[in-house]
Design a protein around this ligand. Sequence first.
Ligand SMILES: [Zn+2]
Length: 166
Amino acid sequence: MPFRHVPSLIPAWPVPVPTCEACGERFIDDATGKALDEALESALARKQHELLLGAIASLCTERTQRDWEKRLAISPGYLSRLKAGKESSVALTTCLVLLAQSPATAWDRVGQVWAPPASAPARAPAPVFVMRHLTLVTASAVEAPVTGMLHELEPRLASTATTEAA
Ligand SMILES: [Zn+2]
């Protein structure tokens, strides 16, 4: 059956399909279906390999293969294996083709995707602050009788909070 992302793909070799001469209806039995699938898969692999070769060549006008492998967190030598014919996913092939349309821009943009947001808060997030206080209270409460202990702790907690919040 045709691939959803390339419905117009032509089988890599002709597959005879029994067809009614009167109305044109095609009769695809199991054997014919299997033969068609094989011819389509082969065509897809060929098409994908062509796309990958073009994309990698274009990317390498800007940076080395190893640079791109690092940037995209792809294992070392993976792009070479794709060039040699290793099977790839539709998603990876599509991404590489898109990046290869403008390699210089793509290099910067890929970096931006994983960079922290420009508006990242400078202060530690609140939950860390709260956790430290919980630890302090628990430890002290276990060490000494509870009576009076919490009264003693309260001012210390308050002053700690003021210092850390400043
Ligand atoms: Zn017919």
